[in-house]
Design a protein around this ligand. Structure first.
Ligand SMILES: Nc1ncnc2c1ncn2[C@@H]1O[C@H](COP(=O)(O)OP(=O)(O)OP(=O)(O)O)[C@@H](O)[C@H]1O
Ligand SMILES: [Mg+2]
Length: 251
């Protein structure tokens, strides 16, 4: 069997004394479209920071592409779109092309000149997210949803095998959320990019993900969308710590 892209075993993490993650066992199989749900403060962004090597677990082990994280060097295999991505203001002085190019500088170094091959890669990534018409527009003048696409292009330009998206649809209208999920499907199906998507957008996500995890300090659920949909409101209330009534979008 293929190595999971991410494997976390017995992970514990506390910021000072506050226990944020407890006893996390969790694999992301190659090719999965993993959706992660959880209440505010449940530890989702913290878990991502552990995967990205920005924080070190207090206990437990993390493997990336079969390698212990301490030895892993191939960071361009992992793309990340942060929760705070679309915060450009109107005056931000960079074009879509320039922002997407930044995704390559990590790989080729700031001072090396871009070759024609690099330029093509940048334009291809912009095309992949459907933003070709805006390539030379200022990112500040784009809508939140369009900016989000630019960030995805920036992380695609280095050909990641795993793409992690932390709440990418916040502030994106329903029509663009649907387009956004189509884009994710395309990346997952056609380009074979494994996805980890964090979202509060439960109804839409459960229609698209192949696997679902629910995180609130510990993993409360890890399974298929069909199983998630069979959870009762009581199970979900325990997980969220308050009463919930989840509406799923059945078509
Ligand atoms: N740098 C930090 N120092 C101390 N505590 C932190 C720090 N970052 C996060 N926390 C705390 O850790 C907990 C988990 O935060 P985290 O950002 O991982 O949650 P989250 O699940 O991503 O929430 P949200 O859905 O709101 O994005 C929160 O209680 C938060 O206050
Ligand atoms: Mg978060």
């Amino acid at each position: 069997m293929e190595e999971p892209v991410v494997s976390m075993k017995d992970i514990h993490y506390a910021y000072e004394t506050k226990n944020i993650l407890h006893d996390i066992h969790f694999d992301i199989p190659q090719g999965a479209f993993m959706g992660m749900l959880g209440p505010n403060g449940g530890g989702k962004t913290t878990l991502i920071k552990l995967i990205l090597g920005l924080l070190k677990p207090d206990h437990g082990s993390i493997h990336l592409f079969g390698q212990p994280i301490e030895k892993f060097r191939n960071w361009s295999k992992i793309g990340f779109v942060s929760q705070k991505a679309n915060t450009f203001n109107k005056g931000f002085p960079a074009t879509v092309y320039e922002v997407v190019s930044m995704g390559l500088t990590a790989k080729i170094g700031y001072l090396k000149l871009f070759t024609t091959k690099h330029k093509k890669k940048v334009l291809h990534a912009i095309d992949q997210v459907g933003m070709s018409h805006y390539a030379y527009e200022n990112v500040g003048s784009l809508s939140g949803g369009q900016q989000q696409r630019v960030f995805i292009a920036r992380s695609l330009v280095s050909d990641p095998e795993l793409l992690i998206l932390d709440e990418p649809t916040v502030g994106v209208d329903q029509e663009n959320v649907q387009k956004f999920y189509s884009l994710l499907h395309q990346l997952n199906d056609e380009h074979n990019i494994t996805l980890l998507l964090i979202t509060h957008d439960t109804g839409t996500m459960t229609e698209h993900a192949t696997d679902i995890v629910c995180l609130n300090t510990t993993l409360h659920f890890h399974g298929k969308p069909e199983e998630y949909k069979t959870l009762s409101n009581k199970d979900l209330s325990q997980f969220y710590g308050h009463p919930v009534n989840i509406v799923t979008h059945d078509h």
